[in-house]
Design a protein around this ligand. Structure first.
Ligand code: TYM
Length: 341
C-alpha cells in the first residue's frame, strides 16, 4: 500500500511535463517505476519547477502537467502504490534546493554536460538552468531515497546528488541517505528512429524521430517503417555504430517482450530482411501502446479524478518532505520557530 513503510527501500524519480512522453521515457524509466512500486516506497514527481528552467507557455504548462499525470497512470503507475505528485505542490522542494545550493560549489554545476548542451542552445541562459541539478538533488534527498531509477542521460545528475549529500553529511553530520542510480543495462538510451546516433528526446522537433505513447497507430507504423537502418540484412544486436538503427529496433522489441537477447535474435532467424523486422516491431509497439492510449483518454475525460489523485499524492509527499526539511534547517542552524511548525 501507499503508506510509508520504513522497512522497505525508498525510490524517487521525476519526469518533466515538457511535451509528450515517448518510448525512451517509457522503456528507460517508467517501466522500471511500474516494476519497483510493487515492493518499494515509491515517489514519482511531475517536475514542473524543472520545466520552467526554459520558458514555457503558462496555459500549456498546466495542461501538460495533467496530461503527463494521465499518461503515467495509463502506463501503470498505481496511485495506491506510488505517491504521484506535482513538484510545485510541495514547497519543501524549492526551499530545500536553496539550502543545498549553499553547500554546492559552482564548479560542480558548470561541469554538468546537460547544462553545457542546453545553455549552448539558448541565447540567454537563466540561473535556474545552472542550478537545475541542485533542485533535482533536493527532490531525491528530501525523501531519503535509496534508489533513483532513470535513463542514462540522468546519471551525472544522480552522481552530483550523491556528492551533495556526502558533502552535507560531512559538514553538518549524517542527514541524508546517499542514493544509488538504477539504470537498466539495455534500454537506458533509446535512440531516435530518424537518427540512431542521437537519443530519442521530447525536444527534438519533427516527425519521424520519436514514438510517442499517445501516437495513433498510423503514425507509429509510419515512423517505424521509415526508421534509419543500414545496407545490411543481418538481424542481430550490435555495438557497431553503423548498425545502431537495427540495434535500436531490436532493443525496443526486447524490452517490450521481456525476452533476452538470444531469444530476440531467435525470433528473427527466419526474417527476410529489415522490412520484416520493422513490421514485427511496429505490430508489437501498436499492440503495447494501444491500451495505454485508451486508458489515458479515460483519465483525461475525468479531470476531477486526476486532481484528486494529485492532491492526495502531494499530501503524502509533504508528510515526508516537510519533517526532513525541518531537520536539514536545524542542522544548518536555522532554528524553526514553533509557530511555523
Ligand atoms: P526527463 O523528463 O528528461 O526524462 C524522464 C526519464 O526518461 C529517461 N529518458 C530516457 N531513457 C532512455 N532513452 C531515452 N531516449 C530517454 N529519454 C529520457 C530519463 O533519463 C529520465 O529518467 N532531470 C530529470 C527529471 C528529474 C528527476 C528528479 C529524475 C527531476 N528531478 C529526481 C530523477 C530524480 C529529467 O529531465 O528527466
Amino acid at each position: 500500500m501507499s503508506d510509508f513503510t520504513p522497512a522497505r527501500k525508498t525510490v524517487f524519480s521525476g519526469i518533466q511535463p515538457s511535451g509528450n512522453l515517448h518510448l525512451g521515457n517509457y522503456l528507460g524509466a517508467i517501466q522500471q517505476w511500474v516494476r519497483m512500486q510493487e515492493d518499494r516506497n515509491s515517489f514519482i514527481s511531475i517536475v514542473d519547477l524543472h520545466a520552467i528552467t526554459v520558458t514555457q507557455d503558462p496555459k500549456e504548462l498546466a495542461t501538460r502537467v495533467r496530461e503527463l499525470a494521465a499518461v503515467l497512470l495509463a502506463a501503470g503507475i498505481d496511485p495506491e502504490k506510488t505517491t504521484l505528485f506535482v513538484q510545485s505542490h510541495v514547497r519543501a522542494h524549492a526551499e530545500g534546493s536553496w539550502l543545498l545550493s549553499c553547500v554546492t560549489p559552482l564548479g560542480w554545476l558548470e561541469r554538468m554536460t546537460q547544462y553545457k548542451d542546453k545553455s549552448a542552445k539558448q541565447q540567454s541562459v537563466m540561473t535556474g538552468l545552472l542550478t537545475y541539478p541542485v533542485l533535482q538533488a533536493a527532490d531525491i534527498l528530501l525523501y531519503d531515497a535509496h534508489e533513483v531509477p532513470v535513463g542514462q542521460d540522468q546519471k551525472q545528475h544522480i552522481e552530483l546528488t550523491r556528492d551533495i549529500a556526502q558533502r552535507f553529511n560531512h559538514m553538518y553530520g549524517e542527514t541524508f541517505v546517499v542514493p544509488e542510480p538504477v539504470i537498466r543495462k539495455d534500454g537506458a538510451r533509446i535512440m531516435g528512429l530518424d537518427d540512431p546516433r542521437s537519443k530519442m528526446s521530447k525536444s527534438e522537433a519533427g516527425s519521424g524521430h520519436a514514438l510517442l505513447l499517445t501516437d495513433e497507430e498510423v503514425v507509429l507504423r509510419r515512423t517505424i517503417k521509415r526508421a534509419t537502418t543500414d545496407s545490411g540484412r543481418e538481424i542481430t544486436f550490435s555495438e557497431d555504430a553503423e548498425r545502431a538503427g537495427v540495434n535500436n529496433l531490436l532493443t525496443i522489441y526486447q524490452l517490450l517482450t521481456g525476452k533476452d537477447r538470444s531469444g530476440v535474435e531467435a525470433d528473427f532467424k527466419d526474417a527476410r530482411g529489415y522490412g520484416d523486422l520493422k513490421t514485427t516491431v511496429a505490430d508489437l509497439v501498436v499492440e503495447k501502446l494501444a491500451p495505454i492510449r485508451a486508458a489515458c483518454t479515460r483519465y483525461l475525460d475525468d479531470p476531477a479524478e486526476l486532481d484528486r489523485i494529485l492532491q492526495k499524492g502531494a499530501d503524502r509527499a509533504r508528510a515526508v518532505a516537510e519533517p526532513k526539511l525541518i531537520q536539514v534547517k536545524e542542522r544548518m542552524g536555522l532554528a524553526v520557530p514553533a509557530a511555523l511548525l
